[in-house]
Design a protein around this ligand. Structure first.
Ligand SMILES: Cc1cc2nc3c(=O)[nH]c(=O)nc-3n(C[C@H](O)[C@H](O)[C@H](O)COP(=O)(O)OP(=O)(O)OC[C@H]3O[C@@H](n4cnc5c(N)ncnc54)[C@H](O)[C@@H]3O)c2cc1C
Length: 326
């Protein structure tokens, strides 16, 4: 029989829980109150007793820690097999993971094994005719889709930034159970995982950030973004992840969930669609101006001033005006 449980698969990085894990806890609490299920946190890793006790104490949720040498660094095969052993034991109605590199690697495999639906990148939930609907964005935020699970069980990945990280301190600590997973090495093995070191960036101290998105079209157009930022005495250039992934700017310029969080006096978004992962890093800016050719771009939902223009025409014209008035 299926238990009334919501399993949260925790993700670790640099010896602690990722922010996305705390967001999944908030999501699971909301889901739990909608369907009257209780949460349980599953932590796969190496030497994780301390972390298991810490999260059981702060969240008040029961925790199962899965210990194994091979769970030191993330790798799909041992993680999936260790998690499935525990899931088959607790038989949850929902399994929730962050929509991170680990989460969207693991979720489909877990779903197939459990015979469960797999709904990814969930942004909102609501009840409709006693069913729980999961909403997600598609086509760069232009379309919102609502999905319901047609199976008894569902595996869900939660979009980073869609829920606020849980910071509640529980009155009563959850229980902690540690299990040992005896796993042979899988067909592949991670031999090295390296994070780029922290580099100096002018972003944190900037009053004005002019950010470039994929809509700038080509690397050469960064010149106008730099010129626009240069108008301000404490101006800096930021970027969406697309621009950094394209190699047009280094990742130290990236703003968003997996980049920097900024809150300047003025944020000028140039050719940025406004994906939730970008918004989560700049939503506390005091004023937002967005320049986008698409009047329906999601960035306009949070902008104070919306400029529907081709930036390759608008920014040079603006720079010319500034030059004349100097
Ligand atoms: C786990 C995860 C973490 C992520 N973390 C981050 C993160 O930290 N930061 C981040 O930014 N993204 C992040 N992303 C990626 C994010 O989902 C988006 O894909 C990304 O932000 C889109 O970048 P963009 O807006 O530059 O590009 P696009 O979505 O391609 O948008 C380009 C925009 O430019 C406009 N445009 C095109 N031509 C012009 C023109 N001539 N003039 C004006 N406008 C024009 C278009 O209308 C469009 O709105 C993450 C994704 C995942 C799954």
């Amino acid at each position: 029989m299926m238990e009334d449980k919501i399993a949260i698969i925790a993700e670790l990085s640099r010896g602690g829980f990722t922010r996305a894990t705390h967001e999944v806890i908030s999501f699971a609490r909301e889901l739990g109150s909608a369907c009257a299920h209780s949460e349980i946190i599953i932590i796969p890793g190496k030497n994780i007793r301390g972390l298991a006790e810490e999260i059981a104490r702060t969240s008040g949720i029961d925790v199962i820690g899965i210990e194994a040498e091979t769970l030191d660094l993330y790798s799909a095969e041992p993680f999936k097999s260790a998690i499935l052993d525990v899931l088959k034991d607790i038989n949850p109605a929902y399994v929730c993971l962050p929509h991170s590199a680990m989460g969207f690697d693991l979720a489909p495999g877990i779903a197939v094994d459990l015979g469960a639906a797999c709904i990814t990148a969930v942004e909102e939930i609501h009840e409709d005719k006693k069913r729980i609907c999961f909403s997600k964005s598609m086509w760069g935020g232009k379309i919102r889709a609502e999905l319901v699970s047609m199976t008894q069980r569902a595996v869900l990945t939660v979009l980073p930034g869609a829920w606020t990280a849980s910071v509640e301190e529980a009155f009563i600590a959850g229980s902690v159970r540690m299990v040992k997973a005896n796993l042979a090495l899988g067909a592949s093995e991670i031999t090295l995982m390296e994070a780029p070191g922290e580099r100096e960036s002018e972003l944190p101290g900037a009053d004005v950030i002019v950010s470039a998105g994929r809509g700038i079209g080509k690397e050469e157009n960064l010149e106008m973004i730099r010129k626009l930022a240069g108008i301000f005495s404490r101006g800096a250039v930021g970027a969406s992840r697309s621009v950094c992934d394209l190699g047009w700017l280094g990742h130290k310029h990236q703003i968003g969930f997996t980049g920097k969080t900024v809150s300047p006096g003025l944020y000028i978004a140039c050719g940025i669609s406004g994906a939730i992962q970008h918004i989560s890093g700049m939503k506390d800016s005091q004023m937002v101006i967005a320049i986008n050719i698409d009047p329906h771009a999601p960035i306009f939902n949070i902008a104070d001033y919306c400029i529907v223009e081709d930036l390759t025409e608008f920014i040079p014209a603006l720079l010319e005006l500034v030059e004349i008035s100097r």
